[in-house]
Ligand binder design. Structure first.
Ligand code: HEM
Length: 414
């Protein structure tokens, strides 16, 4: 492993101050040190790897050498959720949850996705300024609750909104990474509200009618209420916070690129399926992958071209750095949806917004379909005027556009 020179250290610090986010320093480390480095924080020195070779090893060929989680707030909150556990236990839960998200099921969700989007837009008045980070979260929450639990959550939004934001804040990176047992006041009450809500859904279903959804699969498999709650909370958070970020970033990019915005509107107005919108969504996932790193613990020493990661160390594979590597992408920092035009291919494991291998995102097809349907519907029915404010990526549980994505909206009367 190349060592970090004082010059690289200074540049990383400057980037941290300038961008106010660790993404800048990560890019500096990648530039000066390469595709394998260690972050020199006090008491926390994770390895970072990226690029096709590392991604392939971590996700597929040597995935048995890594475990998914340490003990951290993510594990505290999601307990035995499919995202956390390894081995047979993981494979069992995953198999139970795949059927409702299978690509063959997606057409069944289209009308519902549009209906839930309209619920949210029905509150907009012409000339309102709306934050598409907030509005996208409402839409994504309603859609995921309806899909997985057959629950129309419209009337419950006031009850669960703050608890969900608190749950997301609880698992977002913070000082607890280096100070594992730091006191974290202000969460308990809200997390209990969310738990009570999920346990009530389970109890109601046990007494109520059959629904062909994910909750039913979990109940029919004979899982305990606690384990069902863990899977529900995992899917609720993983399945809506990512979609929220994807929709919000896609709006941000359209706001910043009015020429592409206009061309997408023309396409969605005239075509059933807009190839340009697909490309914009793909490019949004490249530039701002909602899950920008994968977090692993090393169970057996791993060898990379540039060095080894010993057992028990923490390691991140960086989706963000892979997606911005100038050796893979021409004009890596530029927004260029056409790079995904039909027929153009990227090398394997160089585009990994949904991870890869047997533990690739369970909702990859669903999340992309949702983004296409919701975006097309919104663009067909509303004129979005960007308010031209600055936006920067914030490393929360997902990569979020901060301080939001604000547009003035006017209904289109076509
Ligand atoms: C729309 C945007 C989405 C993005 C960008 C995304 C991204 C990802 C990524 C990168 C991983 C792998 C992480 C790693 O290797 O450490 C992952 C896993 C996962 N995602 Fe997604 N996701 C999205 C939507 C969804 C949806 C809609 C759901 C559920 C309905 C979902 C549920 C999950 C679960 C449960 C896992 C863990 C799978 C396992 O360990 O077997 N995601 N996602």
């Amino acid at each position: 492993m190349k060592s970090i020179t004082p010059e690289a250290g200074r540049a990383a610090l400057q980037a941290l101050i300038k961008e106010g986010s660790p993404l800048g320093p990560l890019k500096i480390m990648a530039k000066y040190v390469g595709r394998f480095f260690q972050i020199p924080l006090p008491m926390f020195k994770p390895f970072v790897v990226f690029g096709p070779e590392a991604n392939r090893k971590v996700l597929v060929t040597e995935r048995d050498k890594v475990l998914w989680r340490n003990t951290d707030p993510v594990t505290d909150l999601l307990r035995r959720g499919v995202l956390i556990v390894d081995g047979e236990e993981h494979d069992h839960y995953r198999k139970l949850m795949e059927p409702p998200l299978h690509p063959s099921q997606l057409p069944n969700y289209t009308d519902m996705m549009i209906r839930q989007t309209e619920r949210v837009t029905s509150q907009w008045k012409d000339g309102d300024t709306v934050d598409m980070l907030v509005e996208s979260r409402k839409i994504a929450l309603l859609i995921i609750m309806q899909t997985l639990f057959s629950k129309d959550a419209w009337n419950d939004l006031p009850l669960i909104w703050t608890p969900i934001l608190k749950a997301i804040a609880y698992i977002s990176p913070g000082m607890w990474i280096i100070w594992r047992r730091m006191p974290r006041p202000g969460f308990k009450k809200h997390l209990k509200t969310l738990d009570d809500y999920l346990y009530r859904l389970i109890a109601d279903r046990r007494l109520g009618a059959f629904e062909p959804d994910l909750l039913q699969h979990l109940i029919d498999a004979g899982l305990t209420d606690d384990v069902i709650r863990d899977q529900m909370l995992t899917m609720l958070i993983a399945g809506h916070d990512t979609s929220t970020a994807l929709l919000a970033w896609t709006f941000a990019l359209l706001g910043q690129h009015p020429d592409v915005h206009q061309r997408v509107i023309q396409e969605v107005d005239t075509l059933d399926k807009s190839p340009l919108l697909d490309q914009v969504i793909k490019e949004s996932l490249r530039l701002y992958p909602p899950i920008h790193i994968g977090n692993r613990r090393i169970a057996e020493e791993m060898e990379f071209t540039e060095g080894n990661v010993p057992r028990d160390e923490r390691m991140f594979y960086s989706i963000y750095l892979t997606h911005r590597d100038p050796e893979i992408w021409e004009n890596a920092e530029s927004f260029c949806p056409e790079r995904f035009a039909h027929g153009r291919k990227t090398p394997p494991f160089s585009y990994v917004p949904f991870g890869g291998g047997p533990r690739a995102c369970i909702g990859a097809a669903f999340g992309q379909a949702e983004a296409r349907i919701v975006m097309a519907h919104l663009l067909r029915n509303y004129k979005f005027e960007f308010t031209n404010h600055k936006i920067h990526p914030h490393m929360g549980a997902t990569l979020e556009p901060r301080p939001g994505v604000k547009f003035t909206v006017v209904a289109r009367r076509r």
